[in-house]
Design a protein around this ligand. Structure first.
Ligand code: C5P
Length: 218
């Protein structure tokens, strides 16, 4: 595997809808880092499993992941609650995790040349995908705040969505992501905890920027 030298690597883990994606995007933009929302890859595979159930096997997944176009991950259909729940189920499977791990590692250590480094967020980034990241963060927020944020986001796409349903599905996903045997969500000792419950997006960004700038001597 090619590893670019002297690049900045940021690893973020977080439960669903904690604000990690928004934060990772703004941090990536600020430091010119390649941003990868790893949850989107599991969502994409979940989408394929629902669209092509007859083809869904190890070989199919491997070839889809190898030929994945990062642009396909911006498809709005991947945001639905149905896909979230399916992603949480299929991401427990060892062969699926194996298929996406090398893609994630490659993008983290060998991001496109125009970037100064990479920033990945997910569930196992700080300890499995980029264990030697320069900065590790565990972003969280309380359950009701996370559910409300996700509800507001999804309401824009689907008017019929109910807050209670979103709360239930985030709770279920938390339970599964935290307790699964394979790559569970956890906060590593060397990750900095950021609780976004009472922070605005801007305040979160500034908090993280301060930590990074201090270590980088900017
Ligand atoms: O982050 P997001 O909510 O889009 O992730 C969807 C699901 O994909 C999560 O609930 C989790 O089960 C799975 N996932 C994972 N490992 C990652 C990222 C996401 O298992 N690195």
């Amino acid at each position: 595997m090619i590893k670019r030298k002297n690049i900045l690597k940021i690893a973020i883990d977080s439960p669903a809808a904690a604000g990690a994606g928004t934060l990772a995007k703004s941090i990536s933009k600020h430091y010119n880092l390649f941003y990868l929302d790893t949850g989107k890859i599991y969502r994409y595979i979940a989408f394929l499993s629902l669209e092509y159930p007859e083809k869904f096997n190890k070989k199919f997944i491997k070839s889809e992941v190898n030929n994945l176009n990062i642009k396909d991950l911006s498809d709005k259909r991947l945001l639905s609650d149905r896909i979230s729940n399916k992603a949480s189920k299929i991401s427990k499977l060892n062969y699926i995790r194996k298929a996406v791990h090398s893609l994630q590692i490659n993008l983290a250590y060998n991001p496109p040349r125009k970037y100064n480094g990479s920033c990945l967020d997910g569930r196992d980034i700080t300890y499995k995908i980029v264990p030697d990241a320069d900065f590790k963060f565990y972003i969280t927020a309380n359950l009701k705040t996370r559910a409300l944020r996700r509800y507001k986001e999804l309401k824009k796409i689907n008017k019929n969505i109910l807050y209670g349903d979103i709360l239930k599905s985030i709770k279920k996903r938390d339970k599964s992501d935290l307790n699964r045997k394979n790559s569970p969500l956890k906060k590593t000792k060397d990750s900095l905890l950021i609780n976004t419950t009472n922070l605005t997006k801007r305040a979160c960004f500034l908090k993280i920027k301060k930590i990074i700038d201090k270590k980088l001597n900017i």
